[in-house]
Write a protein that binds this ligand. Sequence first.
Ligand SMILES: Nc1ncnc2c1ncn2[C@@H]1O[C@H](COP(=O)(O)OP(=O)(O)O)[C@@H](O)[C@H]1O
Ligand SMILES: [Mg+2]
Length: 331
Amino acid sequence: MSQRTVSVRGKRFPVIRDYRLGGKVYQAIEKLSGQRPRYKVYDKHAGPDGDFRVLQIVPNSPRVREYVKVLQRVSRHNSNFPGIIDYHVTAEDVMLVVNWIPGQTLAHHLKNSKTKKGLGISVFEAIRLYHGFAHGLTQLSHRKNIVHGDLKPENLLICREPNRLVAIDFGSAWTVEQSVKREEGDGLSGAYAAPELLSGDRSVDFRSDQFSATVIYYEMLTLERPYDGIGGRAALPQFKSWRDKFIPPSKKSPYARYLNRSVWREVDHVVQTGLKLDYRERFQNRREWLDALEVIKFEISRTSRLCDENLFIVRAMRWINQLFPERKQSR
Ligand SMILES: Nc1ncnc2c1ncn2[C@@H]1O[C@H](COP(=O)(O)OP(=O)(O)O)[C@@H](O)[C@H]1O
Ligand SMILES: [Mg+2]
């Protein structure tokens, strides 16, 4: 039997299978995850020409249902998460349909940057993207202490119009018991996971996402992971000697010269605090974290204003020199 296909904007895609949810048909055209039932689907009912979506199937539980409701509410006003278009609850599963976000993962950009010597975006843009994302993230934890639980560059997409970071792959935190030890060793997650998540010592809260997000910030700024590359695993007993290997981003960044020293001082403070291996030493609530990030923004605009003033003085001198050329020659 020949493979069924669907044509979307002049391109043909093989249809893996149809999902019928609440009177709508979603045609699965690509399996996205090797580990979980997650598909890129075509929704012919979306807009005038139909559109792509992502269909995720998650085991049903009260926690998952609560999480989905919160995410649906938050994503309506928050462009750092894919909007939840639709969800259907069956006895076994929650079937979740979310927006398809066009863009490459941050992991892809970071990988490229190692060869091309840069993220492909300026350090200012990297800081702006990250700060926007941190704001979005705190809106999530603000509601019923919901966390993402698996923040890493593979789970962040860099999108355009407006330029922003979008977190995908929700599900790690809500499909496992919150206090259960997470399996370390699935790819690079170990470097991004907060120590308390790796050890299973305590239930997860906003401070764990803060740690992972800060590892990502460090990597965006330096193109390397903190604690000599091992990130949160520095807290594990076998990596004890790595704990002293922390180098602040200002001392590691290839972009060091682009930011004023006073900006780096604030960046170092945010990064050092966010990367404390003991969660009690990180920013304790979203306000503290956001305030510290705000100081960075303030320092950037203050110092660039100073640069503008310097530029003005240079232009004024040039103009005076042009007015009095003989003065210039007589020097
Ligand atoms: N909402 C989405 N929009 C665009 N791409 C997505 C979306 N969700 C997932 N993807 C793509 O699918 C890949 C795998 O998805 P993810 O949810 O991270 O599953 P897993 O971690 O199990 O591989 C992502 O790296 C991304 O390229
Ligand atoms: Mg993922």
